[in-house]
Ligand binder design. Sequence first.
Ligand SMILES: [Zn+2]
Length: 478
Amino acid sequence: MLRRTLLLLCVLLVLPGCRRESSTPTPTSDSKPGIIFITFCTMRRDSLGCYGSEKALSPELDRVAANGTVFDDHYTNASYSGGAFASLITGKYCHHHGIFDHPKRLADEHSTLAEHLASAGYVTAGFTTHIFLDKRYNYDRGCRVYRDDDPDAASMGRRATPAQNTNDARHWIRSLDSRQFFLWFQLQVTHFPYEVPKRFVRTSADQLDLAVLQYWKDDRAGNAKARLMFDYDSFAFSDRATASAMVLYESAVNYADYLTGAVLNAVRDRGWLDECIVVITTDHGECLGEHGHHFNHDANVYEPVVRVPLIVKLPKSMKQPERIKQVTRHVDLVPTILDLAGVDLPTDVDGESLKAMFSGSTIDLPAFGESRPWQASRAGMKHYEASVPGVTGKIRMVRKGDYKLLLTPRADGDVVRLFNVATDPGETVDLAATKPQVRDGLRRLLDHWFAGYAESATPDLQLSDEERRALRSLGYTD
Ligand SMILES: [Zn+2]
């Protein structure tokens, strides 16, 4: 009886953990462009050829860029995967979609890009490899097909390999009856510890010193990983070990590019790619030594982490500029994609459509960003920028025009820094004291942005020991 009552409640209330049946799709007419949404994890913009890299790591992405628009000043609003991906698929900031840390479950009330497109008659699918995009976190909503894990594995922590994910996406594309499709394709290979097939490693095995990677893998407890991130100098790794880690990152970029090319080729083989909208970005970037942070993104909002690649290719029939040098944001992508596809825009998103930028308009947007909350296990580490405990202890930023303000809330008084990132992208010369008007204006903008921030809008998930181990293996939990 109790079980029946619970089941009934599930159906009526759509409680967390209960799966819904997909709603009946609107009949497709093929009148709207196919949409391919490619989202990496931990991809730095400077590793791509279209952003100036000369290492030839990204021929496939550069090919899309050559036929599309490269955005020079695109920002994520969250330096951690759960929040950033939730913003990418809802068009809302973290304090509105509730994923102010991860892992968290995305509440049903926040409509996703896939849901909007499914309602407009799109055939939708998601192929993801990220642990926080598991169905249990509710990021699959709107996708009629959602592949997020190894079907042979019963539990979280055994993800589909990137190659499996790619093959499944290709198979799905080949099976489509309609060119009015939405494909969300996601890869995690550029996240440390860079597990790349041997043939993609861009040096010979005898040139590699894997001490850094081995340290990471040997650390089952998890906490010592923070030392790698924030106290790297204390390890006395050889230069070759550090260089090897960088080579493996670059190899991972090249592997991600290859897999993405395979998916795009499947669409090209159908004869559909020219008329598709292709959007390529990443949840966040990565510090690889900048500001003392190694292999870390979630604890800072510096440029290598928050200023991220965005490439958009429109249908061939639409004109578009080679580059757009305006500040744009992740929260703008849902309204932009819907607008480009001719689908009605939702009224509850935080972002704005960037469609007018493609025809030369200027839209003066501020970009906001935030880190994960303060983590107790990292306290006292050399380069960990300790703030106050709790969600309000996040490090935050705002970029408007050429200037960027960083705010670190501390118990003994907030630390405010100001940089002209147009001329000083390394954020080395603090202008907070010499540009007080700019500083105070940006501070007001930032304070207004997160005023009323809810400390705990989304309940924590109950994780099993195995799930906690899986998260720790990626260096995530406290
Ligand atoms: Zn990520």
